[in-house]
Design a protein around this ligand. Structure first.
Ligand SMILES: NC(=O)C1=CN([C@@H]2O[C@H](COP(=O)(O)OP(=O)(O)OC[C@H]3O[C@@H](n4cnc5c(N)ncnc54)[C@H](OP(=O)(O)O)[C@@H]3O)[C@@H](O)[C@H]2O)C=CC1
Ligand SMILES: O=C([O-])CC(=O)C(=O)O
Length: 265
């Protein structure tokens, strides 16, 4: 049997980590190539293909596409692939905080009889949240803590003196609608929590810049008819992008392995 064609949208920190990890593993699966905008330099490793347009990619008939790029790619590129009958794993899931985008993705998936799969990413406990929701959830809260460098290029820069921050500082408290929209490279996890639990408006979010943090910490607390739970993840960042946790890349890899496995665990 020939190996399935697995392609990423974007070839940044996460896609590169995924490619290297699949290569090292024994699944026989590989990242066959990637779709990136034409302006990016061509640094495709040997044996990998590069596509510059979604039409060219669709013509190559990939078996699975993994969006590892931006919220914009989820809005602009993912629906076209689904309509063409191609399953897509979505990583920049903060884009799903917009009801119009969700409706477009659902309609495209229905048209193409394809599946859009949202990854758990850098957080865990979503299985518990999904199950607990069935009996009713009273509250869901998420706390994200990262070192100041990880908040560079976000609205936190306007709120705090990030390079000279001396102590852990809360700079955002609100809901997952705003958090997912305003911190698109840092808080996709809030979308995972919102989608599994109480929805974007009712998910409480607190974001912290902490000079003492050595990695990316994600805390999740939920209460409901089932009881309550509280988890804390201490994630190591990817060397190429301190905003992104290694666990997020690993969650993409396990989504790929599950997709091609006959026993889903
Ligand atoms: N669900 C989760 O838990 C997590 C989700 N993420 C999300 O995953 C995505 C990837 O993360 P990461 O790899 O660390 O990010 P990087 O910034 O390292 O890589 C993204 C790459 O995609 C390229 N790109 C931008 N726009 C497009 C487009 N329209 N089509 C194709 N490629 C594009 C970028 O190019 P250029 O540099 O030129 O813009 C860049 O090379 C991000 O959106 C991030 O927010 C990250 C961590 C956790
Ligand atoms: O990787 C992380 O720690 C979380 C992240 O960036 C995101 O959710 O966008």
């Amino acid at each position: 049997m020939t190996s399935p064609l697995i392609v990423s949208i974007g070839f940044g920190a996460m896609a590169r980590s995924l490619a290297a990890s699949l290569e090292k593993g024994d699944s026989g699966l590989h990242l066959g190539g990637f779709l990136v905008p034409e302006h990016l330099p061509n640094d495709a490793p040997a044996g990998m293909q590069r596509w510059n347009s979604v039409d060219e990619l669709i013509a190559a008939k990939p078996d699975l596409v993994i969006e590892c790029a931006t919220h914009e790619a989820v809005r602009e590129t993912v629906p076209q692939l689904l309509e063409a009958g191609i399953d897509v794993v979505i990583v920049s899931i903060g884009a799903l905080g917009d009801a119009g985008t969700v409706a477009r993705i659902e309609a495209a998936a229905k048209t193409g009889r394809a599946r859009a799969i949202a990854v758990s990413g850098a957080i865990g406990g979503l299985d518990v949240l999904r199950s607990a929701k069935l009996a009713g959830l009273d509250s869901v809260a998420y706390i994200g803590r990262k070192p100041p460098t990880a908040w560079k290029g976000t609205p936190a820069e306007q709120l705090l003196d990030l390079p000279n921050l001396k102590e852990a500082t809360v700079f955002y408290e609100g809901d997952a609608v705003e958090a997912a929209r305003d911190y698109p490279k840092n808080t996709n996890v809030t979308a995972a929590v919102a989608l599994a639990g109480l929805g974007f408006k009712d998910t409480r979010v607190r974001l912290i810049a902490d000079p003492a943090a050595s990695g990316n910490t994600h805390e999740l607390e939920a209460k409901g008819a089932f009881g309550s739970f509280h988890i804390l993840l201490n994630n190591k960042p990817l060397p190429e992008n301190p905003k992104t946790s290694w666990l997020a890349a690993l969650s993409v890899e396990q989504a790929v392995l599950r997709h091609f496995s006959s026993l889903e665990v």
